[in-house]
Design a protein around this ligand. Structure first.
Ligand SMILES: [Zn+2]
Length: 463
């Protein structure tokens, strides 16, 4: 099938960062084959179906470089806690009681949310493996919804003394063996869905776990993702265990490399940033989560100035409470402006790069996705700006980053297939998914005891 997205305000994110008015894009099968005028494309591709995009913006689909899809079932249970308390009291125990069926419906819901807000590539960090079949549950959700991305087999190999539930701690050899098995089952060259590997963080993974991860990634050419320097607690643990920062430790044992996507890096110092750059490791920036968990304001401008690639992310919905990269873009710009008291320190254009082409680079797919250019995969979104939030419109990038709420996305294509067309999600019955997710969320909260967070005294202030 061929399609012409016609007469759009086209944000290409190509090398020149061209934003073209009344431009058209032709897609054949899974690739972008031409960018030109409607007239020219209708002449060259007479059998293509024309999708009228007047009054619409067309841009590349966004890349969410860090989430935990299972946490879709935990929205709103972890308010007003710092990360360690949040994990030990709520998220960890919820993980213990998660079933593959829960993981599946959570992932379906998370993929639907993502598609609705213009995300076409996801990195899922799945660290709950109390029962077999968790990776399969997420892969199948990607498959059903048409999502592109990475399902990363996470694990913890220690941390009981820090409050990591015993049920979530695995022998690293077993975890890595399972990750290898999943990779061999699902990974195909150029495949839309890839399995990666994800050691959790410095207070939950031993040195052997990190070393085995590196070996596995080298052998299977898989993406690695891990949490780095997210909280001061993480840094304190690294200092007491190894006498250095987690970034220094991971560098010293040969773990870091261009295939490592380091989530957060909130407390990276200039020396740590130089280490990340030296190894060409990438960063997943989660502005909403970092604020929600009071983790801190990461030194993103410093990373960008030094040349580190930074992608944007939502983090799991237990700590950002949705999968919207529209919110992440706005937060990413605003927190830096406020923190530095410098309005120029982070621009709308830069956060849009982080949400698209830089995110693609962060996961090693910059040759395939992240911009609208001839030869790239047909991953693109249509935004209907004829609504009260986005009009009056002067500058499309500013309107998307600062004015849009996310629901303005009307059509989403991944790999040349409409996964949402005119606001209808095509791969799954959205109403049924939402209903089942609520049933699973209520049941999981009851089983895990997290339902005690559903009711709380009114907290106008904690002071
Ligand atoms: Zn995370």
């Amino acid at each position: 099938m061929s399609f012409i997205f016609a007469d759009a305000w086209l944000i290409t994110m190509n090398e020149q960062r061209e934003a073209l008015e009344s431009a058209s894009v032709c897609v054949e099968k899974d690739r972008i084959v031409a960018v030109s005028t409607r007239q020219d494309l209708e002449r060259r591709f007479p059998t293509a179906e024309v999708v009228d995009c007047k009054g619409r913006i067309v841009m590349p689909g966004m890349v969410n470089t860090h989430t935990h899809l299972f946490q879709t079932l935990l929205k709103g249970l972890g308010d007003d806690m710092v990360l360690k308390k949040w994990f030990v009291c709520m998220t960890g125990p919820s993980g213990v009681h998660l079933t593959p069926a829960d993981a599946h419906v959570a992932a379906l819901h998370g993929c639907v949310e993502s598609i609705r807000s213009g995300v076409t590539t996801l990195v899922d960090f799945m660290y709950v493996h109390t029962q077999p079949g968790m990776i399969k549950a997420v892969v199948e959700a990607f498959d059903q919804t048409g999502m592109r991305g990475f399902v990363c087999r996470g694990f913890a190999s220690l941390g009981e003394e820090y409050g990591v539930p015993r049920e979530l701690i695995e022998d690293p050899e077993h975890a890595i063996g399972d990750a290898r098995e999943q990779m061999r089952r699902y990974n195909k060259p150029g495949g839309r869905i890839q399995v990666g590997v994800a050691p959790n963080m410095i207070w939950a993974v031993d040195e052997k776990g990190y070393r085995l991860t590196r070996k596995l990634a080298d052998e299977e050419h898989a993406l690695i993702t891990t949490h780095v320097a997210e909280t001061t607690f993480e840094l304190q643990t690294a200092a007491s265990r190894y006498g250095q920062t987690d970034t220094e430790f991971l560098s010293e044992i040969g773990f870091l490399g261009p295939d490592v996507l380091a989530a957060h890096c909130v407390h990276c110092k200039p020396h740590d940033i130089r280490i990340l750059l030296h190894h060409n490791a990438k960063v997943a920036h989660n502005p909403c989560s970092n604020m929600y968990l009071a983790s801190g304001c990461p030194p993103i401008p410093e990373m960008l100035l030094s040349g580190v690639t930074v992608g944007l992310a939502s983090d799991g919905p237990a700590s950002s409470n949705n999968h919207s990269l529209f919110q992440a873009m706005k937060f990413a710009a605003l927190i830096q402006k406020g923190f530095h008291q410098d309005a120029t320190v982070m621009t709308a254009e830069k956060v849009m790069e982080m949400a698209t082409i830089d995110g693609a680079r962060a996961v090693g797919l910059e040759k395939e996705i992240g911009s609208i250019e001839v030869g790239k995969k047909a991953d693109l979104i249509v935004i209907d700006y004829e609504n009260a939030f986005m009009t009056p419109i002067h500058h499309p990038v500013s309107a998307i980053v600062y004015s849009a709420l996310g629901h303005e996305v009307s059509t989403v294509m991944i790999d040349g297939r409409f996964v949402m067309r005119d606001r209808v999600v095509t791969g799954v019955d959205e109403a049924a998914v939402r209903h089942q997710a609520q049933v699973s969320a209520d049941d999981l909260a009851r089983r895990s005891g997290s339902d005690r967070f559903k009711k709380r005294p009114w907290r106008s202030t904690t002071i």
